[in-house]
Write a protein that binds this ligand. Structure first.
Ligand SMILES: [Cu+2]
Length: 292
């Protein structure tokens, strides 16, 4: 873990999407934070020791999906599939497929494996899986203010974790979508989805992969803007009785974020993610208060 010095920080942005407004002043304490998202190798150790079965490996509860044919309620997860050519970008169901048998061990479905991906961030994890891992590790999930303060790396209101320029001197700083979304991926096979952690330069606090690669869970319940920010979430305690429709803030953007569609590989970017809606581009990292 990396020691992130606490302080007062402005979170949010006025320059991009409405959910990032208004700017908000927050004060966060010193924090130990994983220097990179939890990897497949780390998650495998957790599963070996605890026997944890992830959300995507369990059949959804028919009570949560009363209108769905129970025969369709089998374990699975959402996998990015891309499209053969250009399409309108207003319908995300065109490039996401729900694949039976997809889970953290089989990121693209039953025929895929983690071979060669030990150091990639774990994906297809629900909020409860992230929380279970954090609890096992004696840690917690960061709040949105903690995560964003950390991702900013000490820069005040910069667009990216490394400054205001996306590619300083032409240098690639994060794993984001290169090419025309969602049909043209200019990355070579094997580097066109998640990439190993620490491939790109760290931010000012020594944190890797805070932008791009995978979205990351926080323990802050979702609100549609900072004006409606909820009070500080209670530390560490899994919210009892989480429902399928509960959403938490996710941060950081992913390898699927493209300027033409989703310019969210920025500290201020945020999305509300349903707790059990697992995907091939959502992972997490853990934190621990310094004096707690
Ligand atoms: Cu995105």
């Amino acid at each position: 873990m990396v020691l992130v010095p606490g302080g007062t920080c402005t979170i949010g942005s006025l320059d991009f999407y409405p959910e990032e407004r208004p700017l908000r002043q927050v004060t966060v304490g010193d924090l130990w934070l994983d220097e990179h998202p939890v990897t497949n190798a780390q998650f495998r150790r957790f599963v070996k020791q605890t026997g944890h079965v992830t959300v995507a490996e369990r059949a959804p509860d028919p009570a949560d999906f009363p209108d769905t044919d129970p025969a369709l309620l089998v374990p699975g997860s959402q996998v990015f599939v891309g499209t053969p050519g250009p399409i309108p970008l207003d319908d995300w169901t065109r490039w996401w497929a729900w694949i039976p048998g997809a889970n953290w061990r089989r990121p693209e479905g039953p025929a895929s494996t983690l071979h060669g991906r030990e150091r990639h961030p774990v994906v297809h994890v629900g909020f409860e899986d992230a929380l279970a891992y954090a609890t096992w590790a004696g840690t917690s999930l960061p709040t949105e203010p903690e995560w964003e303060h950390a991702a900013r790396g000490g820069l005040h209101q910069a667009t990216y974790p490394w400054g205001d320029e996306f590619a300083p001197r032409g240098r690639t700083m994060a794993n984001t979508w290169r090419g025309r979304f969602p049909f043209e991926n200019l990355d070579r096979p094997g580097a066109d989805r998640t990439t190993p952690v620490k491939r790109f330069a760290p931010n000012g606090f020594g944190l890797y992969d805070v932008a791009g690669n995978v979205w990351e869970w926080t323990r802050t319940p979702w609100t549609s803007s900072h004006a409606r920010a909820a009070g500080p979430p209670s530390c560490c305690a899994p919210t009892p009785g989480l429902a399928e429709t509960d959403r938490f803030v996710t941060k950081g953007g992913s390898h699927l974020c493209a300027p033409s569609y989703c310019h969210r590989y920025r500290p201020a970017a945020r999305q509300g993610h349903a707790v059990r809606s697992t995907t091939s581009h959502l992972g997490f990292r853990c934190c621990r208060p310094v004096d707690g």
